[in-house]
Design a protein around this ligand. Structure first.
Ligand code: ADP
Length: 192
């Protein structure tokens, strides 16, 4: 399996680029944010718990999200590979992902970090909030999510560097140009 972690701060373009990677390489896409939003929409117990965290800009607890991820992964047994979007977001999640993939005879091939300046991130998220009506795309919650990103999620950069899997991509410019860089990196993973 070709497993790609797409990484970056909120608003860095992970979802947009995931769509393009899916089409180009025939990979499946797991977005933990989308999974949680669908649970919230369906008013499930899990959705009710998750909403309490998401609306405060906080992360859903590791144990909960790891369980969810494991179930979703089981439904992707026949996939050619998976793009992980929004997971892992903490070191324990990265360790759990490695364990889950190893148990299934596979591993993360590469971690792609979409790098975008903070002002641009805020502008993008505010613009998205106007269109999508996402409850967490308002200035106050965006600031909290960026704080959480810096304190809990950014340490994964060092983690994946140590594993030799880290690749950085400039996440500004046209969507097509950014995708070209990603395409070239994933193509080298496929042959190695
Ligand atoms: P963004 O990247 O714009 O923040 P996501 O859709 O990936 O958007 O995530 C939205 C929210 O869902 C996060 O702020 C967090 O509360 C929750 N969430 C998503 N993925 C995870 C995760 N792996 N661990 C904990 N919480 C998560």
């Amino acid at each position: 399996m070709l497993n790609v972690v797409i990484f970056g701060a909120p608003g860095s373009g992970k979802g947009t680029q995931s769509e393009l990677i899916m089409k180009e390489f025939g990979l499946d896409h797991i977005s933990t944010g989308e999974v949680l939003r669908s649970e919230i929409k369906n008013e499930t117990d899990l959705g009710k718990i998750a909403a309490g965290y998401i609306d405060k800009g906080q992360l859903v607890p590791d144990a909960l999200i790891i369980d969810i991820l494991s179930c979703v992964l089981d439904s992707k047994q026949n996939a050619k590979g998976v793009i992980f979007d929004g997971f892992p977001r903490t070191i324990p999640q990265a360790q759990a992902l490695k364990k889950m993939l190893n148990e299934r005879g596979t591993d993360v091939a590469v971690m792609l970090n979409l790098e975008v300046e903070e002002n641009e991130l805020i502008d993008r998220l505010l613009a998205r909030g106007k269109l999508s009506g996402r409850s967490d795309d308002n200035l106050e919650t965006i600031q909290l999510r960026l704080d959480v990103y810096h304190s809990q999620t950014a340490p994964l950069i060092v983690h994946y560097k140590q594993e030799g899997k880290y690749r950085s991509i400039k996440g500004t410019g046209t969507i097509e140009y950014i995708f070209e860089q990603i395409k070239n990196i994933i193509a080298t993973c496929q042959t190695s």
